[in-house]
Design a protein around this ligand. Sequence first.
Ligand code: 5GP
Length: 206
Amino acid sequence: MHRSEQGLLVVLSGPSGSGKDTVLGELGETVDDLELSVSLTSRERRPWEFDGTHYYFVTREYFEEKLRAGEILEHTQYVNGHYYGTPKGPVDEWLALGKTVILKIEVEGAARIRAIYPDCVSVFLLPPSLEALERRLFGRESENAADIARRTEIARREIARAGDYDYVILNDVLDCAVDDLRAVLRAERRRAARRIKLIEEVLKSC
Ligand code: 5GP
């Protein structure tokens, strides 16, 4: 990262089970100055998840306290009414430092973030089919059949809104999806509008 570059806010959506964590896990190794926002949630931790890495797992009461205190940038209630929300502080701090900040959130949250940060970049991760999605949800053995049915139904509605996003990446072959996301980040960081200060700096050096 050049010190005069502006930060880049990226909203990544995709139905539950579309592979957002897996794609981000692979990407994290190879992209500099990347920060993944860690949301607060009141849902239960899955066996492979770590507190502070995948989410901050909190009680409903704690979440509501943070909400009242104005410390949540946006939030939603998902399956079984569980809260999910983006902590406000770190996002603005990272952007001010010129970092690439990724928010992994669902479509309603993405729309709210677009309204707050109009120059954010939005990416939708598309599963190859609803059937494949359902298979992945069953495969991870963390939800019961009723929850999976609810998540698949939400997925259908979310996929119908993929056209609202700047980019749609198909997650059929993992490496291809990771390459695609990396390419989007590289290109977006090089947009002229994000490099005005850099241009001025080079001109001043003549
Ligand atoms: P899961 O329970 O599968 O981890 O997440 C359910 C959905 O909530 C996913 O689509 C995920 O991207 C979304 N989500 C996670 N954190 C947030 C958040 O902070 N805000 C919003 N709006 N959605 C979130």
